[in-house]
Ligand binder design. Structure first.
Ligand code: HEC
Length: 177
């Protein structure tokens, strides 16, 4: 396990490039507001057929390519951005419901999938929002300022910080979480 923890710590300071496929409703919300909302309105009530883009990035790309309603100038948007917008249109409520702590935890589970196996529900205790991973023998806790680890097989070590919430949140958001 030591090596895996070291890998986790080692990556803590890196700003990682956005991997393809890491899209989410949360990332789509600001993209939609900036690029689409003035014409199509606020979900779930969409004007001019934009609802067909819900969960369907290809439909949005086609509308852009065909310059439907003058949308052609949006061809600068990447496939990844359109996927995020499509995810947001499919589930607008999810975009606003995700807390900063859950964004970081969702990102960590995706980024360190080999270690943090299984999507875990978040719990809360004291100031922490946390998730525990039995196979990895560790819990990740987050309060309003920092991200912490707790090693289940090494309780004497206590809960220790591995970085600030804002740093991890920045990485999570730049990866589409
Ligand atoms: C300048 C105004 C404008 C902007 C900005 C705009 N759209 Fe549209 N869009 C339209 C109009 C008007 C139509 C309907 C065109 C038609 O029916 O011929 C449309 C149609 C669509 C359709 C349906 C296409 C079809 O074939 O039925 C989708 C999906 C869509 N837009 C998604 C989006 C998304 C997502 C964004 C932001 C990335 C966006 N639009 C930005 C004006 C706009």
């Amino acid at each position: 396990m030591k090596r895996t923890f070291a890998a986790f710590f080692g990556l803590a300071g890196l700003v990682l490039a956005a991997p393809a496929g890491a899209q989410s409703a949360a990332a789509g919300l600001p993209l939609y507001e900036y690029n689409c909302q003035s014409c199509h309105g606020t979900p779930p009530r969409l004007r001019d057929g934009a609802g067909s883009g819900a969960g369907n990035a290809a439909a949005i790309r086609t509308a852009i390519t065909r310059n439907k309603g003058g949308m052609g100038y949006l061809s600068v948007l990447t496939d990844s951005e359109l996927s995020s917008i499509a995810a947001y249109l499919a589930n607008p409520a999810a975009a606003t419901a995700v807390s900063s702590a859950d964004r970081v935890l969702n990102w960590a589970e995706s980024q360190f999938a080999a270690v943090l196996q299984g999507t875990q529900p978040s719990g809360t205790t004291g100031p922490y929002t946390y998730r525990c991973y039995a196979a990895a023998g560790l819990c990740i806790g987050i309060d309003s300022a920092n991200v912490y680890l707790y090693e289940l097989n090494n309780p004497g070590k206590g809960i220790y910080a591995i970085g600030t919430l804002s740093a991890y949140l920045g990485q999570a958001q730049s990866n589409g979480f």
